[in-house]
Design a binder for this molecule. Structure first.
Ligand code: HEM
Length: 88
C-alpha cells in the first residue's frame, strides 16, 4: 500500500498538467476504494498523515512550507475528483 500510494503520487505529480493521462488509474482507485468502503470523511486523515510524511522523507529544506502547501492543494484536487467519482 505505501509503495502503491507513493507511485500514484509520483505519477500524479508528473501529470499535474495532463490529468487526462490519469483516467485509467483513477478508475482503478475509485473501484478499489468503493470495494473497501473508503468514505469522503476519511480523506482529511490521509492528508494529515501524507503531508508531514513527505516532509519526514525528503527533509524540511526541500519540503518547505510553500512546497507542502502546494502539495496540499494538489492532494485536495485529486481527492475531490475521487470523492465525486466514488459517490457516483
Ligand atoms: C487522494 C487520496 C488517495 C489516493 C491518491 C489513493 C490511491 C490509491 C491507490 C493507487 C490504490 C490502489 C488501487 C489499485 O488497486 O489499483 C488505493 C487503494 C486503497 N486505498 Fe487509497 N488513495 C487515496 C485515499 C484513500 C483514503 C482516504 C483511504 C481511506 C482511509 C484509502 C484507502 C485505500 C484502501 C483500503 C485501498 C485498498 C488497498 C488494498 O488493495 O490492499 N485511500 N488507493
Amino acid at each position: 500500500q505505501p509503495r502503491r500510494l507513493a507511485g500514484t503520487i509520483l505519477a500524479y505529480a508528473k501529470n499535474i498538467d495532463h490529468l487526462e493521462n490519469l483516467g485509467a488509474a483513477v478508475t482503478k482507485m475509485v473501484r478499489r476504494h468503493v470495494e473497501t468502503g473508503v468514505k469522503a470523511e476519511h480523506y482529511p486523515y490521509v492528508a494529515e498523515a501524507l503531508l508531514p510524511a513527505i516532509r519526514d522523507v525528503v527533509g524540511a529544506e526541500v519540503a518547505t512550507d510553500d512546497v507542502l502547501a502546494a502539495w496540499g492543494e494538489a492532494y485536495w484536487m485529486l481527492a475531490d475528483i475521487l470523492i465525486a467519482a466514488e459517490a457516483e
